[in-house]
Write a protein that binds this ligand. Sequence first.
Ligand code: MCA
Ligand code: AMP
Length: 503
Amino acid sequence: MSNHLFDAICSELRPESIFIETLSGETHTYEDMLKTSARLAGALIRLGVKPGDRIAAQVEKSPEALMLYLACVRAGAVYLPLNTAYTLAELAYFIGDAEPRLVVCTPESKTALLPVASVKGAVVETLDENGGGSLMTLAGSEKDHFDNVARGADDLAAILYTSGTTGRSKGAMLTHDNLLSNAATLRDYWRFTGDDKLIHALPIFHTHGLFVASNVILLAGASMVFLPKFDADQILSLMPRATVMMGVPTFYVRLVQSKDLTPERTSNMRLFISGSAPLLAETHRQFEAMTGHRILERYGMTETNMNTSNPYDGERVAGTVGFPLPGVSLRVTEPGSDRPVADGETGMIEVKGPNVFKGYWQMPEKTAAEFRADGYFITGDLGMIDENGYVHIVGRDKDLVISGGYNIYPKEVESEIDQLPGVFESAVIGVPHPDFGEGLTAVIVRDGSSALEEKDVLNALQDRIARYKQPKRVLFVSELPRNTMGKVQKNVLRKTYAGLYQA
Ligand code: MCA
Ligand code: AMP
């Protein structure tokens, strides 16, 4: 039966080719991928998964974890990957909102997750980082052939949660064609072939590591080396036998600190791609000076997949995100209206195309509010198109901090801080950070005579929000700067603390 995304993956497939290698030297061919994902899909059906059911997974990075995503696609289910850093409190929200049929977690977190999952009637199975766990045991007794469940272009393949400016996370619904059309475009734009080997050091629970990296590799019939996390030395040692790397800017900031980053070391590499956050023009230049390679920067969002990219052959311009991808329409409008700005002026970036998501899970009003009547999605990013057609991202209209490629909505952190005894009010901002791009910083006004200190706030946040959302510094002030309307002036705070993390 026809399964829009998986059929396309199978069309380029050479069974004997290597799909994934791990650092321990373990290899998984495309034939292994077909068999393991078939067995897992069989196990899902046996667990009662029906087309359209959500399957939430908070698991460590492993080849089997990626096979689980593919098994969901084949079984007609909707994959819901969750950051491994999320706390139990955060998971409770996602499970409550998405109501998955099945939650897959690590063996260590099962006991804590069971009560949270059972409230919504979800089954809990485990998957460990070595490809073991109860789900793999179930899969072991399934056949290595599976009749894919029929799914069309517009059926959901995944839901990825993105935090909201009002604090409540929204589930972005991505269809089979959102994922397929974007990955096929990127494969062609970036010239991926079956001969490519990607260094994959990103997590596989967000768009970048899951869809941009893995789907492009699958559609090209290429291979990748899975690293559990970023490690500059491991990446440098892989470069002589790899061809491409995708990373967030922090990867490049860290790599240029190594004296082993040389033209010889990178001579087998054909492409370095950066995205998820702005790459400093200085890092771009430094990388080129050390290797001769010009990093190719691209721009995307969870809701839209990839929107723009610098060219493969043409000039890759530092500080820009290149051109709209084929099939993607991009315009820059006057804030609050759908009127395009004059050439070269700054405004709101809006996009439209097969890459753009179907809407937020069970939030029709929020979905409607973020689309124009003519179908353009309002990104919340401020940009400008220069005289050569290159898109520049010049800021954000949304109150968002991007730290090491992870998005953090200050409102969510402020809400947690404001509940702490001794806090009168707080403002959370991002200021330049040499490693993470932006360093999350909390500015707090104490309540009355409270003696609250930085360490008290950090301790209190430990179990409430994921580690990467916890402020790198907590500062205390007697009052927050406000404008005449009473709104906190975060721009003033950002200016005041601009040098906080600079050496
Ligand atoms: C780790 N920590 C962080 C971050 N990562 N804090 C703030 N921001 C972060 N991103 C914490 C750790 O828990 C640790 O705390 C301390 O900071 C230092 O950790 P370190 O070992 O240096 O970190 P790491 O494990 O090396 O991770 C840094 C990283 C990683 C490699 C930049 O965060 C990463 O892989 N980021 C990629 C995120 C990503 O894939 N984004 C794509 C989203 P402690 O010492 O106290 O324990 S998709 C997207 O944005 C769109 C669609 C797009 O366009 O791609
Ligand atoms: P997320 O929705 O978590 O995937 O994050 C998407 C956001 O990351 C976008 O709306 C941008 O603000 C930002 N982003 C992604 N790629 C880039 C880039 N190359 N330059 C600047 N910002 C980027």
